[in-house]
Design a protein around this ligand. Structure first.
Ligand SMILES: [Zn+2]
Length: 96
């Protein structure tokens, strides 16, 4: 019996939400999806510096673009810095 899971139900759920899902998906503009490693998780390679993740982690990938990637353009770096700053604000609001 072959188990074929092409999409994590959770990520499908996230994509149907408003902004967070869209941002999650957006980060893939700068990464190449590799092999499916586990439910809904793929290998990911940075299109700019070719750093490779064995297991995609969109938040870490965004953090990579903002502070670790040596090759991506300033425009992209600033865009993701803003996204992460907004996300932190949202988290703070939720904690209040
Ligand atoms: Zn990179």
């Amino acid at each position: 019996m072959s188990e074929q899971i092409t999409q994590d139900p959770l990520s499908q759920f996230t994509l149907s939400q408003k902004n967070p899902g869209r941002h999650l998906k957006e980060v893939w503009e700068h990464f190449t999806k590799g092999d499916l490693k586990s439910r809904g998780h793929y290998e990911a390679t940075c299109n700019w510096c070719k750093t490779k993740w064995s297991h995609d982690a969109p938040f870490n990938m965004k953090a990579h673009l903002t502070s670790h990637c040596l090759q991506c353009s300033d425009d992209i770096r600033h865009k993701y810095m803003e996204l992460i700053a907004n996300r932190k604000k949202l988290v703070l609001i939720e904690l209040l």
